[in-house]
Ligand binder design. Structure first.
Ligand code: MTE
Ligand code: MO
Length: 409
């Protein structure tokens, strides 16, 4: 099959040097181009990369080759599509093996959803005080049209009815297990779970996706089949799906229990109690300016401030405010999803899982701090300072996004 080819990757993707360092003894890590080549040949693994800010907002639907890539182990090659199957087991009467044909037979849905890594904007959090994890700028997210079967239909097909959740012990969970092998799982597969009520709710739009932007998934993004959980941190959207299991308990894997949890700033590695916190699911309201780098040198006059805003849980974006004086005065930035069509906030919109773009042109005459902050449909706001939400794993940096501009002639 054509999937034995090397993964399609855009040369402008910024490869994460820290991940390269920690997984390789190769001394070439400062030479980005070489790194890129070496990544292509699978020498540096796991492969982690994000596009530059300007490329990220160059299209509302993120092209696959520009979409960020986040991996915890080597990227598997599953090209025997006739034999590929997903086993569904656990608390169901008749465990089943589902082949691609079984999944394709179910109604196909296209869901436009923004996938965001919980580590997006981590580098800025590390500037306050070092956090653990891959350093990311503001582009560890992307917006795609995911095509596939609804998990609710797949579950119904194996005998689990829609809107199921009640058991004597409380809610059940649906666990997704991959085929990739991760260091953190001591060589075991990457895995995660979501509540059964979400998995079996057709309105939650959880997909077993085999397409991204109308094309079969690429290897980097989970070929041949991945989970997409809209509105939830990327970590729960398991790629290269191997099995699904219905359990009484949440998944006990590393990435559910010992990672991707939000701790207060007072917790450090000496007093951390992982079991005190729940695994992060929905992501909070987020935005970033992508038309400017930090620090940009500009001429005095009109400056275009544009970027993305997105919120989790299907909460659309209500407003984006922009300031050119560090947050003293604000103006509301117009938003759009389709170029030329102003965005109308509507929680029933089929785009509720997707980001909006904002764009406003303002006068900037002297050195300034340009700031953006968004408000979601539940009136949630972004925190002003990164210090307020600093956490040792560096997740969910949703503080006001700031860029410095230096004005000269
Ligand atoms: N699934 C598997 N099997 N292995 C992984 O390492 N990483 C997760 C998730 N699913 C991961 C995975 C994380 S943390 C994120 S943010 C998204 O995949 C990234 O998806 P992408 O690489 O398609 O952008
Ligand atoms: Mo992630």
């Amino acid at each position: 099959s054509d999937y034995s080819q090397e993964p399609l990757r855009h040369p402008c993707l910024r490869i994460n040097a820290k991940a390269i360092l920690s997984y390789s003894t190769f001394p070439f890590y400062l030479l980005k181009k070489q790194c890129f080549q070496l990544c292509l040949f699978g020498i540096f693994e796991p492969f982690n990369a994000e596009p530059p800010r300007s490329a990220l907002i160059s299209s509302y639907i993120t092209p696959v080759d520009l979409f960020y890539k986040r991996n915890h182990g080597p990227i598997p090659l599953l090209d025997d599509i006739d034999r590929y199957c997903v086993s569904v087991n656990g608390l169901i009467e008749n465990p089943k093996e589902l082949f691609m044909n079984d999944i394709r037979m179910l109604p196909k849905y296209n869901v436009t959803a923004t996938l965001q890594c919980a580590g997006n904007r981590r580098t800025a959090m590390s500037k306050v005080k070092k956090v653990k994890g891959v350093g990311w700028d503001v582009s560890t997210l992307g917006n795609a049209v995911w095509g596939g079967a609804k998990l609710a239909d797949v579950l119904e097909f194996v005998g689990v009815s829609k809107f199921s959740y009640c058991t004597q012990k409380g809610g059940k969970h649906v666990e997704f297990v991959s085929v990739d092998k991760c260091e953190e799982e001591k060589g075991g597969p990457y895995k995660a779970s979501i509540p059964l009520i979400q998995a079996s709710n057709p309105e939650a739009d959880v997909l077993l996706a085999y397409e991204m932007n109308g094309e079969p998934l690429t290897r980097d993004h989970g070929y041949p089949l991945r989970v997409v959980v809209p509105g939830v941190i990327g970590a729960r959207s398991v790629k290269w799906l191997d099995s699904i299991s219905i359990n009484e308990e949440q998944c006990q894997g590393f990435f559910m229990q010992k990672d991707y949890k939000m701790f207060p700033p007072s917790v450090d590695w000496s007093n951390i109690n992982w079991s005190a916190r729940r695994p992060q699911m929905d992501f909070p309201v987020q935005c970033a300016i992508c038309s400017l780098e930090d620090v940009d040198h500009i001429k005095p006059g009109k400056v275009t401030v544009s970027g993305y805003a997105v919120s989790g849980g299907g909460r659309g974006i209500e407003r984006v405010d922009v300031s050119v004086d560090g947050g003293k005065n604000w103006i509301e930035a117009p938003r759009y999803q389709k170029i030329g069509v102003p965005y109308v906030a509507d929680s029933l919109s089929s785009y509720k899982w997707a980001w909006v773009f904002f764009e406003v042109t303002l006068d900037v005459l002297r050195n300034s701090e340009i700031v953006a902050k968004a408000v979601d449909s539940a009136a949630n706001v972004q925190p002003e300072k990164v210090e307020e939400i600093w956490n040792l794993r560096g997740i969910l940096n949703t503080s006001w996004h700031r860029v410095q501009v230096r004005v000269g002639h």
